[in-house]
Design a protein around this ligand. Sequence first.
Ligand code: GLY
Length: 369
Amino acid sequence: MRNVVKVELGARSYEVRIGTGLIGNAGAEIRPLLRRPRVAVVTDATVGALHLAELRAGLGDVEMVSLALPPGEGTKCWAEFQRVVEWLLEQKVERKDIVVAFGGGVIGDLVGFAAAVLRRGVRFVQIPTSLLAQVDSSVGGKTGINSPAGKNLIGAFHQPSLVLADIDVLGTLTARDFLAGYGEVVKYGLLGDPLFFEWLEAEGPRLAAGDRATRLKAVTRSVEMKAEIVARDETEEGDRALLNLGHTFCHALEAATGYGERLLHGEGVAIGCALAFELSQRLGLCSQEAPSRVRAHLREMGMKVDLADIEGDLPDAEGLIALMAQDKKVLDGKLRFILARGIGEAFVTSDVPREVLKGLLEEALAARR
Ligand code: GLY
C-alpha cells in the first residue's frame, strides 16, 4: 500500500511517499539521494526506543549515526538546536550528505532548521512518526524553534528532499496524540474540501480505530491539499495562511496553557476550528449548520471542542486577545483570521470587529463556569 504526492517547487520539488513498510525499506527509498552510503539521524528518546532499530535495519548497508533528544516541545529551543548542529559537525556531515529527521513535529522542525543552517544548508529527509507531522509539519519546509517570546518565532523555509510517511508507526501513538493529529486532518476538509469532511464524518471512527486503508486515504488527501497550497504559495504571501485555520485561537490557547500537556497543538487546532466557524457564523458569513457540524464531528471523535474542555485557569477574553496579537500572522498590527463561508470555503481576513471576537470569547469562557 503506497501513494506518492509530489510537492511541485521547481528545482526543489520532492515526493511525499505515504504507505506501509516505508521505514523497513528506508535504504532503498533514500539511497538515490545519497552521494555516500551514510546518514545522520536525529530522533527523540521515545521514537528512538520504539522505531530506531527498525530504521537501522531498513537502511541496510547505508551506515547510520544517530542522536536521540528528549521528547517534548521544550526540545525546540536554542540549547538543543546548538546541540544538534554541533553533533552534525562532529559527525562530519558534509554539504552533500543527508540528515534524517525521525520523529514528530518537534524533531522535524528542529532538525530541518539545523539542516537549513549547517554549512549554509544541507539536504534532509523527513520521516514523520506522528499523525500531525505526517499531514502537516513534515511537508512544506517550515522549520524552526521556539523563543521565550513565542512559538516558532525563529526559523527558516527549508524544503526536505523526501518525506516518508509510514502509516504503520501511527499504531504506536497514544489515542490522545492520534486524535490531536486528527485535528489537522479535519482542518483540511474544513478549509477547502467539503467532500473530504463528509468522508471524515463517515469514516473518522474507523480511521481512529486503526483501519489502515482509511488512514492511508486520510493522510494522502491531507498531504495532497497541503502540497497544492505550498506549491501555490511557498512562503505564505497569501493562500498558505489558509493552513492556519483555527491557529489564531490555538496559538493564544497554547500560550495560555504553557505549550504542554494541558493542551496539545492539534487539540488547540480543533478547538480553534470550532471557534473560527462560530465566529464566521456570528459575522453572518456562514449558516448555523456549519459550526454545529464541525462541533458534532469533533465531539463524536472524542476530541476537545470547547474552552470548557481545557483544564485549569485561562486568561479572560482581553487576555486571550492580547495573546493572539503575538501571532506571526499579525499584519500592520491587525489580527488576521481564517474564516469560512461554509465547510470547505475558508478565506483570510483582518476584518473582524473586536467586540464580536470579545463577545465570542466571553461566552466561551463563561460556559466553563
Ligand atoms: N502548518 C502550516 C503551514 O505549514 O503553513
